[in-house]
Write a protein that binds this ligand. Structure first.
Ligand code: NAP
Length: 882
């Protein structure tokens, strides 16, 4: 039964009568409930699940038999490169006891035998039409069903249409001039002859050095008289160390198979194991090297990708590992020039799919094997007799294209699919695929994709991801049947939210920096978007489960049972912000308003001691300056490494006027200094409750005046001053601008306000929406205000700058607000009021951020673009700044 969560989303449930009158259904019955395209790992399991649930289902498969990718990819050396113990079905414990894998990485024939065994065991073939493709699929909205045109000439109707067509199944069109003219034997690795190929005594050329090329080249070399490898981009590869299944893995699986499979489902990549905890540079060079060596010896993709937790997010960390891998290539390949040509240098490790090999690099030590570096010697054309590069002709008897696939979307849009209102999927995806959960796409009701774009798919153990998708789809159809629904379609809001989330996850990694097939970059003209979901199998499964538990959040459902739509977005926080919040929740930290101010300060300092330090600046100088009350206020000056004198930014820290110091936002100040190229002077001020309103504001003004008067002594450019601040510090920065305007200077060139307090009104929507869950809570904010200012004082513009009667003539401003911050709306209101008063004010909403996250340098990577804009704004106040 579909649980109808009441989460504030839109939901309409109507009776049968109203529904049948309203949706204009013709009442047509389809030929079958479900059509599945593809009889590989995904199609086979889906057929089995649907049958068990009592649905009628039909599979169309282009090949002559089951197997999908393992049917087609029969090239020499084809194996899986995820341990086969894990690259296997887990849905039936009986199946697991009946089949035993022979090696760590099974060969293509063995995997195909396994799929044949599965198809036979569950009697699947009787519902599969082989050598038959789905050519076209058209959604009939009146009848609420799909009309399919199938290559055997029949038309079939179904209620639900599922693409189980695989992520890497449509070979990339050969894009080498003259390839059709070759008169010798021409092969593509993914369309290998079933009878095999004998290269004995032949002159063979291989184009392509991805996984298929790297697996096949050593075996082709073993037969061929001469082998020439035409390499455009060298790839990272390391030894698979194939052989017996690791005893530890076999033992873990045998000890508790169910627990082992469950651990895989909730792991990052679909293989049991803890996510890495250590960062590359947190250990000594010796330990780093030892860990790299251990990963090299393990011969497993995820061991290398996860050798440290920052390999795929930190360029310097990645460079370190890449250097290690290149040193291995140099140690294997005898000829230095060939070794250099085999060393990948144009992409970060992991951003193109790394390969596991058996003797790949050593193959280039064989006398009859030659590497041609196409970067230096590009192919001019394939000729009838071989390949001409710009400077040499190669005579070949056989040419092997290992040139890859139109990945993730190719096989889906190869079917002529038209959805609601006749819109074709190809048109909809012209700028890149958009999906909800990688499972569905708006405008195409009742169509599902197994491991579609926007799901972990190719970044994970496919077997685990396929089972999760199949289970989700099958359970969904069963839920719908129980609830009387027969159409399902994601809403535009849910889909665009998921697309944002998929991109947000990718954008904090190095993946988008490479010209990879993950980015669609291998196919000329294909839009560059990151296709898979990088947030992990575990995180992804959590999102899919949550969608269901929240009443199919983001899906519109309808049918004889009525209509339902809990519209919404399942993942709205930036992924790294969500991670920080989860970690903090797990720590069970006390809330500050329950502490004394002294304890809250000590707590805050202890937390700050744990964070990364931020970037290096040219120099820091600590000093004191006189405050408004005669006390000395400490400051820290951050000077850029570039030659000065630089304009100066006076910065005020956050902390609710109670907590913090001139160094409490140290990483943020460093970051702003480096990014803007300006001097940042972070000034302390007297804190509440010891000094209540307007002490902090008076100190802030005094500090700005002192800095303006002493700019030259500080090494800055006199007369060139801006202010910035965060939270309560941004409140002070805004107040200072008003006071300086009204009370005789100094001149302030601009203000950058990060999540400012601009008003004392707690009734705005952002308080209501975000007051409980995102670190800065309503109770904490009340505690800050209570300590800082009497109720009567709070409406004073010196406390609530939004309440100033006149905002004209204030310095240009950038106001940043975090989406999940209770201060969001008052910040936005301030930006709007400034602009309305003629001030050059810009509002920058930081999507998916919380109050504290933008300033978390080197922790919340998604905050970096926001900080870059803040720095840019500061620089822009001094457009001729050096
Ligand atoms: P691929 O990784 O896309 O590699 C294709 C290779 O062909 C690249 O080296 C590419 O160079 C080159 N190439 C393409 N067009 C070319 C041209 N016009 N001129 C010269 N070179 C050209 O394809 P793949 O090796 O078939 O592997 C695809 C994916 O399938 C793998 O990444 C993996 O996910 C999966 N796979 C897995 C296994 C396994 O499990 N063991 C085995 C095979 C494949 P550029 O890099 O310069 O484009």
């Amino acid at each position: 039964m579909i649980e109808r969560a009441d989460d504030g989303g839109r939901r309409v449930a109507r009776g049968l009568l109203e529904m049948s009158a309203g949706n204009g259904r013709s009442g047509a019955q389809p030929d079958v409930d479900v059509v599945i395209a593809g009889a590989g790992f995904a199609g086979l399991y889906l057929l089995h699940r649907l049958r068990e649930l009592g649905f009628t289902a039909k599979v169309f498969e282009a090949a002559d038999d089951v197997g999908g990718t393992w049917y087609w990819n029969r090239y020499p050396g084809a194996r899986c490169d995820i341990p086969t113990t894990d690259y296997t079905y887990s849905f039936d414990p009986a199946l697991e006891t009946e089949w035993t894998w022979s090696e760590k990485y099974a060969t293509q024939p063995e995997i195909l035998r396994y799929l044949d065994f599965v198809a036979t065991k569950y009697d699947l073939r009787r519902d599969i039409s082989f050598a038959t493709r789905v050519d076209a699929a058209r959604w009939d909205d009146d009848a609420a069903l799909w009309r399919l045109r199938v290559s055997n000439g029949t038309d079939v109707t179904c209620r639900y249409y599922v693409m189980a067509t695989g992520c890497l199944s449509l070979p990339k069109e050969p894009d080498i001039e003259g390839v059709g003219t070759f008169a010798g034997e021409l092969y593509h690795t993914s369309r290998w002859p079933h009878e095999g190929v004998d290269f004995t005594g032949k002159r063979v050329g291989v184009v392509g050095t991805g996984s298929s090329g790297i697996q096949s080249i050593p075996l082709i070399a073993a037969e061929a008289a001469e082998l020439t490898v035409f390499q455009r981009t060298p790839n990272f590869s390391f030894p698979a160390h194939n052989g017996a299944i690791a005893p530890s893995r076999r033992a873990a699986l045998a000890a508790d198979p169910a627990a082992y499979r469950e651990a895989a489902k909730w792991s990052r990549g679909g293989i049991p194991g803890e996510p890495p905890q250590l960062a590359t540079f947190s250990v000594s060079p010796e330990e780093r090297q030892a860990r790299y060596e251990a990963a090299w010896e393990a011969g497993e993709l995820f061991e290398m990708l996860g050798v440290f937790n920052d390999v795929l997010v930190n360029q310097a960390a990645n460079d370190e590992l890449a250097s290690f891998l290149r040193s291995k290539i140099r140690s294997i390949v005898a000829d230095p020039e060939t070794a250099e040509a085999l060393c990948p240098v144009d992409h970060a490790f992991g951003t193109k799919r790394p390969c596991l090999d058996t003797g790949y690099f050593a193959t280039f030590n064989l006398p009859h094997v030659r590497l041609v570096d196409l970067r230096k010697h590009p192919i001019r054309a394939v000729t009838p007799t071989g390949i001409d590069t710009v400077d040499e002709s190669f005579e070949l008897d056989a040419l092997v294209l290992a040139t890859g696939f139109d990945a993730m979307t190719g096989a889906i849009v190869a079917v002529d699919i038209s959805g609601r209102d006749g819109v074709s999927l190809k048109e909809k995806w012209a700028q890149g695929p958009t999906t909800y959960l990688g499972l569905t796409t708006t405008g195409f009701p009742n169509m599902f994709m197994i491991t579609g774009p926007g799901s972990p798919s190719v970044l994970s153990n496919m077997a685990v991801s396929i089972e999760q998708h199949v289970d989700w789809v099958a359970d969904c159809l069963a839920d719908m049947r129980t609830s009387g629904f027969d159409t399902i379609e994601p809403t535009p809001e849910a889909e665009s939210g998921w697309v944002h989330h998929v991109n947000d996850c990718a954008d904090i990694t190095l993946y988008p920096t490479a010209n990879s097939w993950y980015m669609g970059a291998n196919v000329p003209g294909k839009p560059r978007v990151f296709l898979p979901y990088v947030g992990g199998v575990d995180g992804y499964r959590g999102a899919c489960d949550e969608v269901v538990s929240r009443g199919y959040l983001g899906f519109a459902l309808s049918g004889p049972g009525g209509e339902q739509c809990n519209d919404g977005i399942v993942r709205r926080l930036q992924p790294d912000v969500a991670m920080v919040l989860e970690m903090m929740a797990a720590l069970g930290l006390p809330t500050m308003e329950t502490m004394t101010p002294a304890d809250a300060r000590a707590f805050s300092e202890a937390m700050a001691a744990e964070r990364p330090p931020g970037p290096d600046v040219g120099e820091t100088v600590d000093g004191v300056l006189p405050g408004a009350g005669g006390e000395q206020l400490a400051y820290r000056l951050y000077r850029p490494a570039t030659p000065g004198p630089h304009p100066i930014v006076v910065y005020f820290h956050g902390g609710g006027w109670l907590i913090g110091s001139e160094v409490s936002d140290d990483p943020l100040c460093r970051d702003l200094c480096v990014r803007s190229g300006l001097i940042v002077v972070s000034v302390n001020y007297r804190h509440a409750p010891e000094t209540r309103f307007p002490g902090a504001a008076d100190d802030a003004l005094a500090a700005v005046r002192w800095v303006a008067d002493h700019a030259a002594q500080l090494g800055g450019a006199p007369g060139r001053l801006a202010v910035a601040g965060y939270s309560a510090g941004a409140n002070l920065a805004a107040v200072v601008c008003q006071l300086a305007r009204d009370e005789g200077g100094p001149d302030i060139a601009g203000q950058v306000l990060l999540n400012p307090v601009t008003d004392c009104d707690f009734s705005r929507s952002s308080y209501l929406e975000n007051g409980d869950d995102y670190i800065l809570t309503t109770v904490l904010m009340r505690w800050f205000w209570d300590n800082y200012a009497d109720p009567a004082d709070r409406t004073d513009p010196k406390a609530s700058p939004l309440r100033a009667t006149d905002l004209r003539g204030l310095p240009p401003a950038l106001v940043v607000t975090a989406e999940f911050d209770l201060l969001r709306d008052e910040g936005a209101a301030y930006a709007e009021a400034l602009a309305a008063a003629g001030v050059a004010a810009r509002h920058l909403p930081a999507r998916g951020q919380v109050h504290t996250s933008v300033g978390m340098v080197d922790v919340v990577l998604s905050g970096a673009p926001v900080r870059a804009e803040m720095a840019e704004a500061l620089r822009g106040f001094f457009s001729d700044a050096r």
